[in-house]
Design a protein around this ligand. Structure first.
Ligand SMILES: [Cu+2]
Length: 192
């Protein structure tokens, strides 16, 4: 027993030393490794000019073990554009040791329309969510300093997206969905 334990800790020490992110090490379950591989790829891409705007195949926020999970339904906003009166759905915000995961699932959107959602800094009842939540208030209005989810409604008007960030968005109060072409026309908001 003692011998095995010593080997175990030696292995952990090597894994930690060779791996900057604990969750990406070989000691974590496959589930977690799959979850983090796309985020790492997106982070690399962002350095080349592409931003992390979500990954529909990422592990949804409500499926992350041990996370602090908050969820709520979307409420329509008066600023919504024509054709979105039936928009509805739910949003989930999970914070966990590896950062933040946001998932949204919507119905009643315009089929084929592009949408973008962000974490916002205020509750829905205050200025329709106010400005974007930023990890660094003085930083840029783009991922990874903000959390954005870009998605296209399918032919039945359903939308689904998950986005990850390696920091914990503890100050985010809401998520707001906008038409991608008219981001002032806020469609719906969910409080966290
Ligand atoms: Cu927004």
């Amino acid at each position: 027993m003692k011998h095995n334990s010593g080997v175990h800790w030696l292995f952990r020490g090597l894994a930690l030393a060779s791996c900057p992110v604990l969750a990406a090490c070989g000691t974590t379950p496959d589930h977690s490794a799959q979850h983090h591989a796309p985020a790492a790829a997106e982070q690399a891409n962002s350095d080349a000019g592409q931003m992390n705007m979500g990954d529909p195949s990422a592990t949804p926020a409500d499926k992350i073990p041990g996370a602090h999970l908050r969820t709520n339904q979307f409420n329509l906003l008066r600023t919504r554009p024509p054709g979105t009166d039936n928009a509805a759905g739910s949003a989930w915000l999970a914070t966990h040791p590896s950062g933040t995961t946001v998932t949204l699932q919507m119905t009643g959107l315009q089929p084929g329309e592009n949408y973008i959602a962000h974490l916002h800094a205020k509750p829905c009842a205050e200025d329709n969510g106010g400005g974007h939540f930023k990890f660094d208030p003085a930083g840029p209005a783009t991922p990874p300093n903000e959390v954005h989810l870009a998605f296209t409604a399918d032919q039945t008007g359903n939308g689904f997206m998950t986005a990850n960030n390696d920091r914990q968005a503890d100050g985010a109060e809401s998520v707001v969905v906008h038409p991608a072409v008219l981001t002032d026309n806020r469609v719906a908001c969910a409080d966290f």
